[in-house]
Design a protein around this ligand. Sequence first.
Ligand code: PBG
Length: 327
Amino acid sequence: MFPIIRPRRLRQNANLRRLVRETRVSVDDLVYPLFVTHGSGSVCEIGAMPGNCQWSVDRLQPEIEEIAALGIPAVLLFGIPESKDEVGSGAYDPDGIVQRAVREIKRVAPELLVITDVCLCEYTSHGHCGVLEEGCVCNDPTLELLTRTAVSHADAGADIVAPSDMMDGRVAAIREGLDGAGHADTVIMSYAVKYASAFYGPFREAAGSAPQFGDRRAYQMDPPNVREALREARLDIEEGADIIMVKPALAYLDVLTKVAAECPVPMAAYNVSGEFSMVKAAAKAGWIDERRVALEILTAIKRAGADIIITYHAKEAVRWLAEGNGD
Ligand code: PBG
């Protein structure tokens, strides 16, 4: 023991710290979320998410070129449709907003992986993630609509579909639908462990998907639960999920670690809108060093067990990482 053993020896300078560093975030780990909106000629910055915009499809090209040039492997698409209805028809319209955006991205950057969020909440007039019956989100009839949505995304050229609705049985239904439509190679990244979180606040402004009554607690997970996370993760893997996700990330790093230890599939973590907005707001107030805080957060998410990190900081993080790993 002390004075023979001195852990500080290995922290003396930047090169020693580099040699013994256990976790490294790289551009290879990052996914950048993108919001695409109806209409044309529009690039609208999201108030609570500085640097992130809602893009009309005709304005996407430079943004896609920038993302591809930065070496970010994948984008995650969300759509803001022109109109909504009770059954979210815009979600599975072959000429819907996400379907058109996928085709445009594949035209501009064929190698950039396109992940699509599969959910109805941006497309339903009531803002819930499934169809309603007597004021309740009804699980089984929703599965068919989610499947149609996923198949239409794959038809448009999506590489990965990411169901975020939290209906039971949706991974199996989507897998069957994709395979039946000739999309056996389309990857499913399931939001397996998704909590009913207040950290989604800014996203609901960004995607216009706030529920018009009630909340999502009858289908998204209850934040205090962790054994239930293992159950959800196992079920989705059995149903055919190729990648599973824990969401949000920061307040759920313990969940991420436990699920990653148990599950032999790649793990994604979603550094959600509220987590991003808090960093931006504190940085704007001059209270924190944004670069260091953001890289520390991404490193923590990776250290906790994530292979893939979905983050609104992706573009900035790539530039910061190129300057040196926060050291
Ligand atoms: C759609 C969906 C949400 C998010 C991703 N997909 C919102 C929600 O479930 O209410 C949140 C993403 C974020 O906050 O960054 N169901």
